[in-house]
Design a protein around this ligand. Sequence first.
Ligand code: GDP
Ligand code: GDP
Length: 457
Amino acid sequence: MYLAVKLVVIFAPNKISEFMSIVAIVGRPNVGKSTFFNRLIQRREAIVDAVSGVTRDRHYGKSDWNGKEFSLIDTGGYVKGSEDVFEAEIDRQVELAIDEADAIIFMVEVESGVTGMDEDVAKLLRKSSKPVFLAVNKVDNGQREKDAVEFYSLGFERYYTISSINGSGSGDLLDDIVASLPDMDDEGTEDAAEKLPRFAVVGRPNAGKSSFINALIGEDRYIVTDIAGTTRDSIDTTYNRFGFEFNLVDTAGIRKKRKVKEDLEFYSVMRSVRAIEHCDVIILVFDASRGFDGQVQNIFWLAHRNNKGVVILANKWDLIEGKDNQTTNEFEKYIRKQCEPFTDVPIVFMSVLNKQRIYKAIETAVEVYKNRTKRIKTSELNETMLDIIAATQPPQHKGKYIKIKYVTQLPTEWPAFAFFANLPQYIKEPYKRFLENKLRQKYDFKGVPVTVFIRKK
Ligand code: GDP
Ligand code: GDP
């Protein structure tokens, strides 16, 4: 074991542009944060974090402007309750934004003018070194433009008037925000050589992520180095195991003291989101005694949408009572049902407590990584797939024959294949799924999304 501990900042392993800045929207309730957020992310999917017991939800999504992608957090809904509770909540939102974001949109609205709560938020934000963009919302017309000037009193240089409803003003605001964001491409370049595969351990709080990583680190002589802080909120450990070197990314390791309990879920989801974007294989840990619930599924689908490899670890298997052979089968069936149609995913039943199958989990992640980076020669691919296609042709369209003549794997980070056809527009989803399934059967892509494109010959 090497004892040298080095600090390395590893930027995106595969594609530098995967690194993304975070923009947070803060402000009191009803100023229009959600309206603005929804406008920016449009059809993109948002993650909603509904914290149980608290009337609040937070949203996370992606957006882009002038070709620059960024993550957007709407920090929030509201808490019903006394003013005190409410103010504490606003403080937390702002702290969250200051801690986690690269730029902050401070939203206020012209209809009610400057309120005491706006002033409180402003006070907190002025202490931050992050750029703050004051957005005076609901400026739907010229008269309101004049009314809005009173917000200069809050003392922010970056002042914008916008209407989230009709979209006016938001272009200028976004131009300046993206210009202020760190240029991730430049930062990434010099470290791009450090291209070890990255496996992220993600999941809900209390799933057993830290225990899992500690068990591996504590017992394993194969650790090469401990690395602190790859991104701001994860810890990487470089590992050498099964003749294979990789970084294990711990999203649970850092817990800031002031974080209160109901924030944990959100932080955990945020970290998962970022870790997923920067990793090759997602090790999704969940508590088998609690089930593969909605939050776990969110993380699963996020990994899938980002075309990452996935291993599902059903942890705390020791807590399942009266197990017999059937139990595992049935549990596995239940998980796969939730994963449909992406069911070709390895599931490992693990107990960190009993040190059961913790290495199997890592071994499986290595296999998934290999599947994700697998390259099939074009000659081999055509030989195999064209026979399969000849035996089961795509359905005719209005009497026209649809012919696939050639197939090749694309140079993407995950397995993607282009099938060239005379009339690509008539090849529908079911046939694409058929092709995907055949590719999976022939070549083993367990744990990785496979994309099938049909292109014009
Ligand atoms: P949040 O609590 O800050 O997320 O605020 P919402 O996005 O839920 O908006 C609160 C209310 O303000 C809703 O009724 C919105 O329709 C309205 N609203 C939001 N943006 C605008 C705007 O640009 N102009 C006007 N007139 N109303 C707006
Ligand atoms: P994290 O929030 O995902 O990092 O979860 P932790 O690693 O902190 O674990 C949460 C709790 O679950 C702790 O009390 C652990 O001791 C417990 N735990 C972790 N793994 C297992 C397991 O395999 N079986 C049982 N029974 N408890 C476990």
